[in-house]
Design a binder for this molecule. Structure first.
Ligand code: AP5
Ligand code: ZN
Length: 208
């Protein structure tokens, strides 16, 4: 499966990707995770990205496109990939098309996880993630239910930054819905239902 997950911040892309990885062992490539690791390790990329991320703005296309061009050449992608958080602008989508032509790995689908913005603000301000295994949970999880690790709140999950992320999504990323519709690749799932119910539909839409 070669898929792109589309959807607003907090729609549940990472949550659904984790379930697909667990069941199908397809590589999950999240540009947000890659960038957070770069910030934590204070790499050159991390130093350049941090300010944009803290404000909820997009990191410049050139940085992301170079990063993904390299990542998609890695051997694990030969068995497919789940792209989460990329592409996020039309320029990134066009660059991805070029990369996939070169790699001879066409996309099977762009799956939109569709959720109302007001639901998202509550979800994101309550989100907590595991420091050890990356599990995505909520403020109700005192420790990680998977590994017992410590849970933390992402720096960009405060209400002001979340509102900006939603504005950035509406302006820069939502045009990709029409972009992939035009290519006949768009599939859409109602993400405002329990995680497992959404997952059943995700698999059906992807023919899994
Ligand atoms: P990124 O990490 O990609 O953040 P995002 O798109 O804002 O997405 P999230 O990870 O916040 O949400 P999600 O949809 O994965 O939701 P989740 O499953 O966690 O990007 C962060 C930053 O990096 C960007 O702002 C930007 O600066 C930079 N960046 C990254 N990629 C870039 C790119 N390509 N170009 C430029 N800049 C880039 O779920 C959220 C919460 O809801 C959780 O608590 C979860 O438990 C809960 N939940 C999930 N599903 C359900 C459900 N069905 N019902 C109830 N609760 C649910
Ligand atoms: Zn954990």
């Amino acid at each position: 499966m070669n898929i792109v997950l589309l959807g607003a911040p907090g729609a549940g892309k990472g949550t659904q990707a984790a379930k697909l990885v667990e069941e199908f062992a397809t590589p999950h490539i999240s540009t947000g995770d890659i960038l957070r690791a770069a910030v934590k390790n204070q790499t050159e990329l991390g130093k350049k990205a941090k300010g944009y991320m803290d404000a909820g703005d997009l990191v410049p296309d050139s940085l992301i496109i170079d990063l993904m061009d390299e990542r998609l050449r890695e051997p694990d992608c030969e068995k497919g990939f789940i792209l989460d958080g990329f592409p996020r602008t039309t320029a990134q989508a066009v660059a991805l098309d070029d990369m996939l032509v070169r790699l001879e790995r066409p996309l099977d689908a762009a799956l939109l996880v569709d959720v109302d913005p007001e639901v998202i603000i509550k979800r994101l301000t309550e989100r907590r993630c595991c420091k050890e295994c990356g599990y995505i949970g909520t403020a109700a999880d005192a420790t990680c239910p998977k590994c017992g690790g410590e849970m933390y709140q992402r720096d960009d999950d405060n209400e002001t930054t979340v509102r900006n992320r939603l504005d950035v999504y509406a302006k820069s990323t939502s045009p990709l819905i029409d972009y992939y519709k035009g290519k006949g690749l768009l599939k859409s799932v109602d993400g405002d239902r329990p995680v497992d119910t959404v997952y059943v539909d995700v698999k059906a839409l992807l023919g899994l």
